[in-house]
Design a binder for this molecule. Structure first.
Ligand code: FAD
Length: 404
């Protein structure tokens, strides 16, 4: 009698439960999640859900009835506190032990905290969960001063929603450019212009040194400078939730180390999603990816492996971000490129693409309101294609012409 326990009930866990059902898994499945909700999608949390344009039930990875129908036991509001690998049990808060034959860690990541003076003041918030958004939304009111610490995609998506709701928004970014971890400099420059055009005060190259206020935050302090704030949201990256794995003696290197099948060194333990690190077979790099595509892909791979089926075909890793009327779609990883080819004009308007090549091979694309460029590039990157750079940059050449 097989029993499979999944720790974490987020995006990867929801997909894993669905894929196990699809792949015909016969054993009992238990999902242990510390949040009060069944698995939901996080991307809308800084986009349409934050803006109040969609309700929570639209975020669910599967309708709540799915779990009942598929015989999946959902243990919500429940935290796993320890794994005993020799007894093959998971201990949950309260002390009960859940036996497993297979265990999957899908613990995700959490916002990196800023351990600075005043970070516990009322009004200094983070954005990761439905609950976080509810707290932020309750404080978004026209005219209020919102200071966002971190010019990554989450901070900028929040800036876009808040600017449209007529708050006075300031973004403070330590790096010299926005979204520096995700996109190339040309695209960063475009986003700086975009946010300025929408009335956001963007300040790059500035390090926050603390937060000031009596019990509620009133200022963000950057050395000599002070920025007035009614509300502060910190978005400075995420850290993987690896403590359970590490305490259980599993290998952890900024992520739980897994192989291409999402297995840890313990054949009974898998890990999927944001919490993992592995040698990516398509990118030939050891890395940890924080994306929906990765969470879904790893969940499907793990389910296939658990059920003894062939793994699904891999796709080029991709990501997206919505800010105002601008959809950014990225495929591949641009780090390490030697050539950047621009199609369209990043300096005017809101539609262009940047292709990144290394030794003539297309390795990544950042496409801004450019679906055809994104779609074509995903396939070209997977094929390790060598498109002619001068034609890539020529708007008169349709993307179809590059098909592999
Ligand atoms: P999560 O969805 O984080 O789920 C992990 C769950 O495990 C959490 O509910 C956590 O509370 C729970 N957990 C952890 N430890 C325990 C424990 N010990 N016991 C019980 N439960 C535990 N990606 C994109 O590709 N595109 C986007 O536009 C995009 N936008 C995003 C916007 C926001 C605001 C955020 C926060 C993320 C966004 N992402 C986006 C990233 C994407 O949401 C994540 O990559 C994805 O959620 C990862 O899924 P996961 O299942 O690995 O982790």
């Amino acid at each position: 009698n097989e029993s499979l326990v999944i720790i974490g009930a987020g995006h990867a866990a929801g997909q894993l439960a669905a894929s196990l059902a699809q792949d015909g898994f016969k054993g009992a499945v238990t999902l242990v999640g510390e949040e009060p909700h069944p698995p939901y999608q996080r991307p809308p949390l800084s986009k349409k859900f934050l803006a109040g344009e969609v309700t929570l039930d639209r975020l669910y990875v599967r309708p709540p009835a799915f779990y009942d129908k598929s015989g999946v036991r959902l243990m919500l509001d429940t935290r796993a506190v320890a794994i005993d690998r020799s007894a093959r049990t998971v201990v949950i808060d309260g002390g009960a032990a859940l036996p497993y034959t297979t265990l999957v860690l899908a613990t995700g990541s959490r916002p990196r905290a800023l351990p600075l003076a005043g970070n516990d003041l009322d009004g200094v918030l983070y954005l990761r969960t439905v609950q976080d958004v509810q707290a932020i939304r309750a404080r978004l009111a026209a005219g209020r001063r919102l200071v966002i610490v971190g010019g990554g995609y989450i901070g900028l998506e929040l800036a876009a929603v808040a600017a449209r709701q007529k708050l006075q928004v300031t973004v403070l970014e330590q790096a010299p450019r926005l979204m520096a971890r995700g996109v190339g400099p040309i695209v960063s420059g475009f986003y700086e212009r975009l946010h300025r055009e929408e009335g956001v005060n963007v300040i790059t190259g500035t390090a926050v040194s603390g937060f000031a206020g009596d019990d509620r935050v009133t200022h963000v302090v950057c050395g000599e400078a002070r920025h007035e704030a009614d509300l502060v949201v910190v978005g400075v990256g995420a850290a993987p939730n690896v403590e359970l794995a590490r305490d259980a003696g599993l290998a952890v290197e900024d992520g739980i180390v897994v192989d291409a099948q999402c297995r840890t060194a313990d054949p009974a333990v898998y890990a999927v999603g944001d919490c993992t690190r592995r040698l990516h077979p398509m990118l030939d790099q050891n890395l940890r990816l924080e994306s929906v595509h990765n969470a879904l892909e790893q969940a499907k791979i793990a389910a296939a492996s658990i059920c003894g089926r062939p793994p699904p075909a891999m796709e080029t890793p991709w990501f997206w971000s919505d800010q105002y009327d601008v959809k950014l779609q990225m495929a591949g990883l641009s780090g390490g490129h030697d050539t950047a080819i621009v199609r369209g004009s990043p300096d005017s308007g809101r539609s262009f693409a940047v292709f990144y090549l290394r030794d003539g091979v297309l390795i990544a694309v950042d496409a801004v309101n450019r679906m055809p460029e994104f779609m074509a590039s995903k396939a070209l990157i997977a094929a390790r294609a060598r498109p002619d750079p001068s034609r890539l940059g020529d708007e008169r050449v349709a993307m179809k012409a590059f098909a592999v």
